[in-house]
Design a protein around this ligand. Sequence first.
Ligand code: MG
Length: 267
Amino acid sequence: MRTTLFLSCLLLLSPSLPAQLGYKDTPKLPGQPWLVHDIDRPRPKQITPGDLPFQPPSDAIILFDGKDLSKWEQIGRGPNRGKMVAPTWKVENGYFEWTPGAGDLVSKEKFGDAQYHIEWASPVVVENEGQNRGNSGVIIQSRYEIQVLDSWNNPTYADGQAGAIYGQWPPLVAPVKKPGEWNYYDIVFEAPKWEGDKLVKPAYQTVFYNGVVVHNRKEVIGRMAHRQVGTYAPHAPEEPLLLQDHGSKVRFRNIWVRRLAGYDQEN
Ligand code: MG
């Protein structure tokens, strides 16, 4: 509470800080008492996770096995705007890392209902504050973001913490690790469904963050949005996974996906 009061005072005193700490001039989230990125929304309680590795099962689609980015494309920037280009994130020592001037990474394969496993680490050398510290994102179907952020001793708005459904729901708790340590997300994603242009089923996210449940089949309000309430627009049943370029030297490794079918499927 004291922290919240302190942050609110800071917000009033310093107009340059809100982008790091939160907002009071954004729209209200539907069905919640909070504004988008509300500075007064309680930050999730920090807990200490266990440290379990998680290797892919035999039916997983491996998107990164430590060797190359052949399963990925990159959204072009500058003169390559509007094109897909070869990835320029740096592959080394079994992981890949953002490099200056890169771009969002997009999986060549597309997915609907799926289970994802993704490991990430924020930079060892801590730079910047709030949303500019170790920011990336696991953006399922290129629209629905689970936030990646260095949330270790880094005050920023609750719905922008690592593990948040960005701009909508903070993680239930914050099982954060120190900068440079490997984190892992295990996500069960239920894709939204349309009949024509009408949304008949929203997306749902179940997320384990370092083995701890942080979203339990949470309904997604809409696509990821900054300072707005995200909305839905019709898209294909399967869409690529996107890893966000947010200008931070974030690393990823051991990325795999399993398509989810219904019960009673033939082998
Ligand atoms: Mg992000």
